[in-house]
Ligand binder design. Structure first.
Ligand code: ACO
Length: 432
C-alpha cells in the first residue's frame, strides 16, 4: 500500500474542527493529540492504554520483534544464529555496544567481566542476613539494589566511562549474587568465583562446588546454560525492561533501576512463569490428566502457564531453540519425566480451537523450567537464571535511555474516576 501523505486527519465531532496529525514510523505523537481541545482552558485529548498495548514509549535500536512472524533479532542478528554460533558474553557486548566486537575488544570485555565477578565481603554478609528460606529473587533484587551503596559514583550517570564500569560490574556480579542466593537457601557456604572458568561454567561452579579443588562442569551443560542466557538477553520493551526504563528515567543509578527490573521479572506473568509452568506440570502429573486440565483452562479456572505472549502471536522462536537445548541437557542428565506431559500438553493445545483462536503458542518459559529442573535448580531459582540472562539487555536499554535526548521522566496520565471537592470532617466528629 502507498500512502499519499504521512499524516492523519482527525475531526473532533465535539467542535467540528479538523486536525492534521503527522505520522512518523507508523506512529503519531501523543502530544499532537493533546492539542485537540474543546476549549483553550480544557485539558487536551489523551490516549487511554492500560498495560501500554498500543503505545510506543521510546525509539530503540536494540531488539526487533515481529510477533506475527515469530522473529526476534538483537541489533539486527537473528536469535537462531546467535544461539547457535555466539556466546553469551559476545551477545552481551553486541547488545551493550551496538556491534559485534573485534578480537581485541572481545578479549578485553571478557577479561573485564571475569575480573569483576567478586563482590565486597560486606555484600556477602548482607546476604547472609536473610532468613534461611528467603526467596532467591528477593535476595537478588535487594543485593543488586545494595550495590548502589558500594558504588556511590554510579549516580554520576552522565559520564560515559562511569556508566561503562557499572555495566561491566553488573554483568560480572549478577551470577555471583545469584549463586550466593542459591547456596543460602541450601545452608551451604558461598563459593567465590573461579576466574579461570567461562561465565556459565563459573556460575555452575559457584552453585555446585563442594569440597573438590576445582569444579569441572560438563561442557554440554555449560553450552546449554550459555544458550539459555543468550535467549533471555533482551526482549525490547517487556515489563521488566519497562520498569528499568521507568525508574532509570528519574536519573537514578543503574543498580537501583535494574533492581526495579528484577522486581518486575519476579511476577508470575513475566519471569515467574517458568516456575509456574513446572508447578503446573507437576500438578497435572500424568498425560491422562491433560484433557481435564485443558477443560479447566477453557472454562477460565486457570491459565495454561507458558502459553501466550503479549507480542508473539506465533510460536515464540526462543521456545523452539529451548526445545532443542532440552534434548542436549537430557542427554547428560537423563530425560525429565515431565517432558512427556509438556509435549502432550503442547500437542493438544496447538490443535484446540480455544488456543488456536486466541493465537496462544508456547513461549520461552514453557520448556525452560524442564531444563532448569534437570540441571538440579529448584523452581524458585528459575527466575534468577532469567535475570542473569536479561541483565545485558536491561543495561543496553538503560544506556540507550540515558543518552536519548527525547526521554523525560516517565510519568503517565490517568483518568480520574474518584470523588471531588468533598468536605473533610475530622475523625473525632465522624466516629462520634
Ligand atoms: N492460558 C489460557 N488462556 C490464555 C492464556 C493462557 N496462558 N493467555 C491468554 N489467554 C487468553 C485470555 O484469557 C484472553 O482470553 P479472552 O479473550 O477470552 O478474554 C486471551 O487469551 C488474550 O489474553 P490476554 O491476557 O488479553 O493477553 P495479554 O497479551 O494481556 O497477556 C500473557 C499475555 C500475560 C503472557 C498471557 O498470555 C499469560 O498470562 N500467559 C501465561 C503466563 C506466561 O506464560 N507468561 C510468560 C510470558 S513470556 C515472559 O514473560 C518471558
Amino acid at each position: 500500500m502507498t500512502y499519499v501523505t504521512d499524516s492523519l486527519t482527525v475531526r473532533d465531532n465535539r467542535t467540528g474542527q479538523e486536525y492534521d496529525v503527522p505520522i512518523t514510523d507508523g506512529t503519531i505523537r501523543a502530544g499532537d493529540i493533546g492539542q485537540i481541545k474543546v476549549a483553550d482552558d480544557e485539558p487536551g485529548l489523551a490516549v487511554y492504554d492500560p498495560g501500554f498495548l498500543n503505545t510506543a514509549s521510546c525509539r530503540s535500536a536494540i531488539t526487533f520483534i515481529d510477533g506475527d512472524k515469530g522473529i526476534l533479532e538483537y541489533r539486527g542478528y537473528p536469535i537462531e544464529q546467535l544461539a547457535e554460533n555466539s556466546t553469551f558474553l559476545e551477545v552481551a557486548y553486541l547488545l551493550v555496544h551496538g556491534s559485534l566486537p573485534t578480537k581485541d575488544e572481545y578479549d578485553q570485555w571478557v577479561h573485564n567481566i571475569t575480573y569483576h565477578t567478586f563482590v565486597h565481603e560486606n555484600v556477602k554478609s548482607f546476604m547472609e542476613g536473610f532468613r534461611y528460606d528467603a526467596h532467591p529473587m528477593g535476595m537478588l533484587m535487594a543485593s543488586v539494589g545494595a550495590l548502589s551503596t558500594f558504588y556511590p559514583e554510579s549516580r554520576n550517570i552522565s559520564a560515559a566511562d562511569n556508566r561503562a564500569i557499572q555495566v561491566i560490574r553488573m554483568i560480572a556480579k549478577m551470577p555471583t549474587l545469584g549463586a550466593f542466593s542459591f547456596r543460602h537457601a541450601q545452608g551451604k557456604p558461598y563459593v567465590y568465583p573461579d576466574n579461570e572458568l567461562s561465565y556459565a561454567a563459573n556460575f555452575l561452579s559457584m552453585l555446585f562446588k563442594m569440597s573438590e579443588m576445582k569444579y569441572e562442569p560438563d561442557e554440554r551443560l555449560v553450552k546449554a546454560l550459555d544458550t539459555l542466557f543468550i535467549l533471555h538477553a533482551d526482549h525490547e520493551q517487556n515489563a521488566s525492561t519497562n520498569a528499568v526504563r521507568a525508574v532509570g528515567s528519574t536519573q537514578v543509578d543503574p543498580y537501583s533501576a535494574v533492581s526495579a527490573g528484577i522486581g518486575a521479572l519476579f511476577g508470575p506473568l513475566h519471569g515467574g512463569a517458568n516456575e509456574a509452568v513446572l508447578r503446573m506440570l507437576r500438578r497435572i502429573g500424568n498425560v491422562s490428566e491433560i484433557p481435564a486440565f485443558i477443560e479447566g483452562v477453557k472454562n477460565g479456572n486457570e491459565k495454561l502457564m507458558g502459553f501466550g505472549h503479549r507480542v508473539y502471536k506465533n510460536y515464540d522462536p526462543r521456545a523452539r531453540i529451548i526445545k532443542k537445548a532440552a534434548d542436549d541437557v537430557f542427554d547428560v542428565t537423563g530425560v525429565n519425566p515431565l517432558l512427556a506431559v509438556a509435549l502432550e500438553l503442547e500437542k493438544i493445545a496447538l490443535n484446540d480451537e480455544y488456543f488456536v483462536k486466541r493465537r496462544l503458542y508456547p513461549n520461552v518459559d514453557f520448556y525452560s523450567g524442564l531444563i532448569y529442573e534437570a540441571l538440579q535448580f529448584p523452581p524458585e531459582f528459575f527466575t534468577v537464571l532469567f535475570a542473569i540472562g536479561r541483565t545485558p539487555g536491561w543495561l543496553a536499554q538503560w544506556l540507550e535511555l540515558v543518552q536519548d535526548k527525547e526521554q523525560k521522566i516517565a510519568r503517565p496520565k490517568q483518568i480520574y474516576t474518584g470523588d471531588r471537592t468533598l468536605d473533610f470532617t475530622p475523625a473525632e466528629e465522624r466516629w462520634a
